[in-house]
Design a protein around this ligand. Structure first.
Ligand code: GH3
Ligand code: MG
Ligand code: MG
Ligand code: MG
Length: 316
C-alpha cells in the first residue's frame, strides 16, 4: 500500500464505536515525526468526528506547548529526542493526563521502562483502527472514572470536615487541625491563642424572625469572620451559635485585639433587616503544661465571664 491507497482502505473498514462521545470531549495531542502516521491518525479521528486534536511532527515545536491536553499520543522514536524523555517531561507538567506511546519497536525493557515513568499504555505500529480506537476509549474511560472519583473524594472530604450551613470547619475537624497546629507551634516555640465566641441572645433572633433568618445570621456571621481574619487563622463552628478560632503566632494581647476588632465589626454589621447582633468572646493563650481540655476550660470561663458581666464584650 502507498499512503493514499491505505487511507482509502481504511475508509472501507467499518467504523468502530466504543465510547466516542467521551473522546470527542477531550483535547488530544499527537506527536509523531512521520507524516504518514500523522495522516493515518487524522483519518481515524476524522472518521469518528473527533476534532479536538493537535498534530505535531516536530518534537521541539511540541515541547513549546503548554502540556494541558488530556490525552497524549507519543511516538517512541523521534529525531533528537527519545520518547521516554518526552513522557517524563509531560508527566512533570501534567499529573492527570493519559499518555499512550505509539511504537513499532517492541523491546520489552524499553516499553516497561516507559510505562514505569508515566505512560499509561502503548499501541503497536502499524496502527490498526479498531485496536487504536479501543485503546483510546479504554484509556479515556479510565481517565474519566479517576476524575469522577477524585471529585467525589473532594466532596466527601468537605462533607466530613465542614459544617454545611456555614462551610466553616466542623468541631471534629477543627479539633483535629488543632492537634497538628499545637504540635507545630510548640515545636517552633511560637505563641498561639484561641478565641471562643457565642452570639448574644440568639434564641430571641429565632423567636422573633424564625429559624431560617437565624440560619442566615449564622452564615453571614461566618462570612464576616472569614473576611476579617488572616488566612492562617483557623475558624470552626464549635456548636449551634458558637465559633472557635485558632490564631497562629498570636499572644493573648494580640488575639484580644483581634477579638475586640471582630466584636466591633459584628456589632456594626447590618444583618439585612434583623436587629443588631452582638457576640461575647473569650480569649486564651496556650501556656506551658496546657492540654486542650485545660485550655478550653479557661476559654469557657472567660466566655462565661463576658456573658455574666453584660455580653457584647471580650474577656481574656
Ligand atoms: P446567650 O446570650 O446566653 O448566649 O443566649 P442565647 O439565646 O444565644 O443562648 P442559648 O445557648 O440558650 O441559645 C442558642 C440558640 O441557638 C438555641 C438554638 O435554637 C439556636 N441555634 C443553634 N443552632 C442553630 C442553627 O443551626 N440555626 C438556628 N437558626 N438556630 C440555632
Ligand atoms: Mg518516529
Ligand atoms: Mg451558646
Ligand atoms: Mg448565645
Amino acid at each position: 500500500f502507498n499512503s493514499s491507497r491505505f487511507v482509502k482502505y481504511l475508509k472501507t473498514i467499518q467504523k468502530e464505536t466504543g465510547n466516542i462521545d467521551l473522546i470527542r470531549k477531550i483535547h488530544i495531542a499527537v506527536l509523531d515525526d512521520s507524516q504518514f502516521t500523522l495522516r493515518i491518525m487524522r483519518v481515524f479521528f476524522d472518521m469518528h468526528g473527533i476534532n479536538n486534536v493537535a498534530y505535531y511532527q516536530s518534537p521541539s515545536e511540541f515541547l513549546q506547548q503548554k502540556m494541558d491536553y488530556e490525552l497524549f499520543l507519543i511516538d517512541l522514536v523521534l529525531p533528537e529526542h527519545d520518547g521516554d524523555d518526552i513522557i517524563e517531561y509531560i508527566r512533570e507538567k501534567n499529573q492527570d493526563a493519559m499518555i499512550i506511546l505509539m511504537t513499532a519497536y517492541t523491546n520489552e525493557n524499553i516499553l516497561a521502562h516507559c510505562l514505569s515513568i508515566g505512560a499509561n499504555d502503548f499501541i503497536l505500529k502499524p496502527l490498526e483502527m479498531k485496536i487504536f480506537m479501543a485503546r483510546i476509549s479504554s484509556c479515556i474511560n479510565h481517565y474519566y472514572l479517576q476524575r469522577e472519583i477524585s471529585i467525589k473524594n473532594d466532596q466527601l472530604f468537605d462533607m466530613a470536615t465542614r459544617d454545611s450551613l456555614t462551610t466553616l470547619y466542623n468541631r471534629a475537624y477543627f479539633a483535629k487541625i488543632c492537634e497538628k497546629k499545637v504540635k507545630e507551634n510548640l515545636a517552633a516555640d511560637l505563641p498561639f491563642s484561641f478565641i471562643l465566641m457565642d452570639i448574644d441572645h440568639f434564641k430571641t433572633v429565632n423567636d422573633q424572625y424564625g429559624h431560617l433568618k437565624g440560619d442566615y445570621v449564622l452564615r453571614e456571621l461566618a462570612k464576616v469572620l472569614k473576611e476579617n481574619l488572616r488566612n492562617s487563622d483557623i475558624i470552626g463552628r464549635w456548636g449551634g451559635e458558637e465559633f472557635t478560632i485558632l490564631m497562629d503566632n498570636a499572644t493573648v494581647e494580640s488575639s484580644t485585639e483581634v477579638a475586640e476588632k471582630i466584636r466591633e465589626v459584628i456589632e456594626k454589621h447590618c444583618f439585612n433587616g434583623i436587629r443588631q447582633i452582638t457576640v461575647s468572646i473569650g480569649v486564651a493563650q496556650w501556656q506551658k503544661g496546657d492540654d486542650r481540655e485545660i485550655l478550653f476550660r479557661r476559654l469557657d470561663h472567660s466566655l462565661y465571664l463576658a456573658k455574666l458581666t453584660g455580653r457584647n464584650k471580650v474577656v481574656s
